[in-house]
Structures are given as C-alpha cells and as structure tokens.
Design a binder for this molecule. Structure first.
Ligand SMILES: [Zn+2]
Length: 313
C-alpha cells in the first residue's frame, strides 16, 4: 500500500502521521513543540521524526513522500520555509534538508494553505472548484480556491485576511500597525485582547487570567454569553459580526459557491449560528452551497493537509 507521511507543525504542538491516498489516517503521534524561531523548529522536527521512525515506524514500505505544514511564509515550489516573524528572515531549505536526511521526497507548505489542500482533495473540493476556506483559531487566515487552483500571490502571502478591517470598531491596535483588524476582534487571540480592553466598560463574571501569556478561555466566554453576561455578549457579537463581514467581503472578491470554515473558534456552534445570522442574504445569494463547517476532523485537518502536500495535490 502506498502511504504518505504528514507533519503538522503548529506553534505548540507537532503531529506526525501516516496517511493513505484516501485520507485515512493509519498511524500518528503527538509531540510538543513550543519554538521561537525556525532553527529551533527545525531541530524539533528532526528529533520528533527520529523518534517517530524508531517508536512508531512505517505501516509497510517507506512512505512515498512526506509533507510538512508550517506557520509563516512558505515557498512550496522551492521547498523553502521563508519566515515566521515579519521582522526577521531566516530562510531554511527545509524540504531538501529533510529529503537528504531521511531519503524520502519532501514537500512543504503553509499550514492554512495545507488545510485548504485537504479541503480541496477530501472535503468541499469534491463538489466545488470555487471555494473559500476560513480558519478561525488562535489567528485568522484564509485559503482561496479559484477554478480549482489555490491563490498564492507574488510572495506566497495571499490569504492573510485576518488583517482586513471589517467595520467592528473597538480601538485595538494590531501587530500589523492598523486598528481593529478582524483577527484582533474574532480570533482566540483577539477575543482575549478585546476582553482586556473592554472589561471595565461592561459588567462581567469572566475570569481574565493575569499570568504572562495566559489567555481568556473562549468556551467560558461562550457559556457566560449564553447566561446573559454583558461583556461576553459584546465579545461574541463583535466576533460573529466581524467574521460575517469578512465572509461577505471575500465573497465579493472571488464569487465562491461555497464558504467552508474551520478552526477552534468557529467549530463552536453557538458562535457559528451567530455568524450565519449576521450574513446579508442578498450578498450571499450566489454562495449556492452556503457557509458550512468543515467535515474534516478538526483535530487532524493539519495532518491531512500535510499529507495532501506530500501527495502534491
Ligand atoms: Zn492587522
């Protein structure tokens, strides 16, 4: 049986697994990552791969190829991981390095673009050639497929739609320098920022952690919103309106027949229903398959994406 090795490298965890051509996950193992730069990430990838080969091993013969999904800017053609920090460039020729060490052909791509590939191969791509994949998790990014092909741009930077302004005005400065980008309103990171910024203006029972790096729990925000908590209601309503406006802006650009959503934030039905309620039916009339949640298992969409990269799909 032909298999493909996928590596889904996130900011805090690395998932390695073997997948068949139909998208069945045959074996997998989780690793901790927690890296601050690409060189450190590269070391974690090698150590984890060594462990995977020693402790899990191949289902049959060596995988046909491997694919890696990475955060940041990636050139999938040359296999170079360009950068994760906009202020630093430390390109790594990751694909050729891994190929040399493990003797398996290797391809790489950005994580959201990889997830969009998985969606194209095993998800809505089975009935749509024009769709938008919106990932709302810690941050927000978008994969756009037009006539069956994914848009990448001149610097592999297409789809950073988290930095669109969407008409929800809170007053938060984004890392990019603009104010109220949708990512600062509606992502996990953004809901945390908004909670801190607005906490003295609305009554709330929400616990806002003060330890360095700890974030507001989005599920707590949802639960309290359902109980009428004033701050949490504002946070969820702003997030839903922000995402709905993002969807409608994107729909006007590429005329998709399907909008598919993934990521931990929109996986929450309470928020998803509010997003749907905030859509304008006239704007959405040509999105004939509607706005849908991904059918791919959210825990494995990154791994499936990496396998689709390995398959060069
Ligand atoms: Zn921004």
């Amino acid at each position: 049986m032909e298999t493909y090795l996928g590596l889904d490298m996130g900011g805090t965890k690395l998932l390695i697994g073997e997948v068949d051509r139909y998208g069945n996950i045959l074996r997998y193992k989780h690793y901790k990552s927690g890296f601050f730069n690409q060189q450190a990430a590269y070391t974690i990838i090698r150590e984890s791969l060594d462990d995977y080969i020693a402790s899990v091993g191949w289902v049959g013969d060596k995988p046909v190829s491997m694919g890696v999904g990475l955060i940041g800017r990636v050139d999938p053609n040359s296999g170079v991981w360009l950068q994760i920090d906009p202020h630093r460039t430390e390109s790594i020729a990751l694909a050729s390095e891994l190929e040399k060490i493990y003797g398996i052909p290797c391809r790489i791509d950005n994580d959201v673009k990889s997830a969009t590939r998985a969606e194209r191969v095993w998800g809505v791509g089975q009935f749509s050639k024009n769709f938008v994949y919106i990932n709302v998790g810690t941050g927000i990014a978008v994969g756009t497929v037009v006539n069956g092909r994914q848009i990448r741009g001149s610097h592999f930077n297409a789809g950073e739609a988290g930095h669109m302004r969407v008409g929800v005005n809170v007053g938060i400065t984004c890392g990019c320098g603009r104010t109220d980008c949708v990512e600062t309103i509606a992502s996990g990171m953004g809901i945390d920022k908004c909670a801190r910024y607005l906490k003295d203006r609305y009554e709330t029972r929400l616990v806002i952690p003060m330890e360095n790096g700890a974030r507001v729990n989005v599920q707590d925000v949802v639960d309290l919103c359902g109980k009428g908590d004033p701050l949490c209601n504002v946070l969820i309503q702003n997030a839903a309106e922000g995402i709905a406006n993002l969807i409608m802006n994107l729909v006007r650009i590429t005329d998709p027949d399907t909008v598919v959503m993934g990521g931990s934030i929109v996986g929450n039905e309470f928020i998803f229903d509010r997003i749907l309620a905030a859509l304008n039916q006239n704007t959405m009339r040509f999105v004939t398959n509607g706005v849908v949640l991904t059918k791919l298992n959210p825990k494995f969409v990154g791994l499936l994406g990496a396998a689709a990269v390995a398959m060069n799909m």
